[in-house]
Design a protein around this ligand. Sequence first.
Ligand code: NAD
Ligand code: UD1
Length: 336
Amino acid sequence: MKKILITGGAGYIGSHTAVELWNAGMEPIILDDFSNSEAKVLDRLEEITGKRFTFYQGDCNDKTVLDSIGKAHQIEGVIHFAAFKAVGESTAKPLKYYKNNVGSLVLLLEFMQEQGIKDLVFSSSCTVYGQPEVLPVTEATPRQEAESPYGNTKKICEDILIDYVKSKPGIRVISLRYFNPVGAHPSSKIGELPLGTPNNLVPFITQVAAGIREKLTVFGADYDTMDGSCVRDYIHVVDLADAHVKAFSFLNQQPENFYDVFNVGTGNGNTVLEVIYAFEKVSGQKLNYVIGPRRPGDVVKTWADTTKIKTVLGWQPKYSLEDSMRDSWNWQKGLK
Ligand code: NAD
Ligand code: UD1
């Protein structure tokens, strides 16, 4: 069985990807320092798959940890999820973000070279596009200056990968630019675990519905959009996980020194109010929300053109926005 190292594999997207890799006949080897996740995720993964995944608790900026994994396993591919992702914190603590998000990629590439590991899938973000001038966003849409140090780490990591592949190290790399990951595993055993007050829309909605927060503020309803609220492309996390599986199957057939980038979204834009209505429909309850001021720096509208990932990787999303809301809500209800 092909062994795939998943850095950040106990996190939100990494844990769902571990399940999909296993379902596709690959064996995840997980490395996580639990800086933004919990050990119980590993039990949950076992409950879902019937397999206790090999796990290393450690920092992927620590070469000795990587070396010990390389010694114990013949790793054939890597997915690099491990990163810090709080946009606001990245502005207050930029070095923390550059060190973890950029530093870990450089170390991982050195590790891959030493071990002769060829295939890498990197977690990038639609944040690299900023507010695009033309919609939907294709992979050829120009990237813009990052709004935050977090966003800049994604841009820098993409550039590092481009430069590195150009130097002909013999590897094959795909950067996946995620749009807005939402939802949870349909089993409700794994999902997103935001620390403190969520910044993202969907965990905020589910916490309001669960009575943890009083109300949701919609950040602006006076934009030039269908109903005045901002537009995003909300992609179910299981569909997103499946894109990683497809990326590996594709990389396997590519020549050495290959680099490419793919959008991962549904191809549909939904407003904040549409997300709220979808949530109300599947949960059967009214959400307490108010229309508030715009959030500074917010992108007004963005959604993915998914032609490339559909035609080249043969991937397509299976879950609807309502499915995502249902799974997010079931996951929230199961949290203590
Ligand atoms: P997450 O915080 O749930 O998962 C990241 C995991 O990495 C956590 O379990 C954390 O403990 C671990 N980690 C962080 N630094 C580490 C280190 N140095 N060593 C070992 N483990 C470490 O985040 P997520 O939502 O699953 O995001 C995964 C990746 O996708 C990140 O690179 C993120 O920037 C990117 N991304 C996320 C989103 C999103 O909205 N969730 C959107 C676009 C891109
Ligand atoms: C966030 C990140 C971005 C990341 C993206 C992917 C910020 C500034 N940006 O952006 O780097 O790539 O997630 O997941 O955090 N909203 C409300 N009320 C709320 C929360 C959100 O109305 O309480 C609205 C926002 O204005 C936005 C939409 O909901 O229109 C989605 O917001 P959010 O979940 O924060 O995602 P992004 O803004 O896309």
